[in-house]
Design a protein around this ligand. Structure first.
Ligand SMILES: C[S@@+](CC[C@H](N)C(=O)[O-])C[C@H]1O[C@@H](n2cnc3c(N)ncnc32)[C@H](O)[C@@H]1O
Length: 233
């Protein structure tokens, strides 16, 4: 099962990150990125927030998209080498930039914004800011696609859904306790799976189109709608 603890450890060895993350997620992360890339069309302008070693950026550029990947760590070097090895330098621009620094990017300049395994590393304020910025940076009708470790939500549409979702949520939290301890021992950080992602996306002015869950990894696709709250750092 995919786990944040391994992810944090792997981030410290960027050159082994891709292999490690795919082995440890049993190929799930690679598959999710393949699915996300398949939503990109030739000529799309795409922003990949927290692009890591550039795997998703390269997949999307391979499909003819113009990609801007932003990242704040040593993974940048690996990403640049990977794009160069695929001859995709003219289609991908990697920028050393935190999600809190996106104000230099132009309004409505992207068709799609993607983020894989990034929101779980952001504080609640950063998450809300990143969502508002994604809204500002997207063209009308543009898509925001987020894949991350997300806390299961309670579904209260009927009694059986309520019971089943409560059971899933309890199981999820129970399995996380040993991982929380292990994460702290190995990395001195705590885990922060994303809570209430869909609600936050709606508040930022997105309409949820679809969600797909594989264990704790959820992919949410949403479309830019009217702005509800102004963007502020
Ligand atoms: C687990 S890695 C995921 C990388 C890549 N998206 C992937 O799926 O392979 C998390 C990434 O988020 C980036 N990140 C974390 N906090 C960030 C922030 N505030 N601004 C920009 N990037 C951030 C890290 O540098 C790292 O590259």
């Amino acid at each position: 099962m995919f786990s944040y603890v391994y992810m944090k450890v792997l981030e410290t060895v960027p050159r082994r990150y891709d292999l490690g993350i795919n082995l440890l997620s049993l190929g799930m992360v690679g598959k999710v990125k393949g699915d996300m890339a398949s939503m990109v069309e030739e000529g799309d302008r795409v922003l990949d927030m927290g692009c890591g070693t550039g795997t998703l950026a390269v997949l999307m550029a391979d499909r003819g998209a113009k990609v801007t990947g932003i990242i704040s760590t040593a993974m940048l070097e690996v990403a640049i080498e990977k794009a160069a090895a695929r001859g995709l330098n003219d289609r991908i621009e990697f920028r050393e930039m935190g999600v809190a620094e996106m104000d230099s990017l132009e309004d409505g300049s992207f068709d799609k914004v993607t983020a894989t395994l990034v929101f779980s590393e952001l504080s609640r304020d950063e998450q809300e800011y990143a969502l508002r910025e994604a809204h500002r940076l997207l063209k009308d009708g543009g898509l925001l696609i987020i894949a991350d470790e997300v806390v299961p939500e309670i579904d209260s549409c009927c009694l059986s859904c309520l019971l089943l979702s409560a059971l899933k949520k309890t199981f999820y939290h129970l399995t996380r306790i040993p991982l929380l301890i292990l994460t702290f021992v190995l990395t001195q950080t705590s885990t922060r799976p994303v809570k209430g992602l869909k609600e936050k996306m709606r508040e930022a002015g997105f309409r949820i189109i679809s969600t797909k869950r594989a264990f704790s990894l959820e992919t949410v696709i949403a479309e830019k709608e009217g702005l509800i709250r102004p963007s502020e750092p």
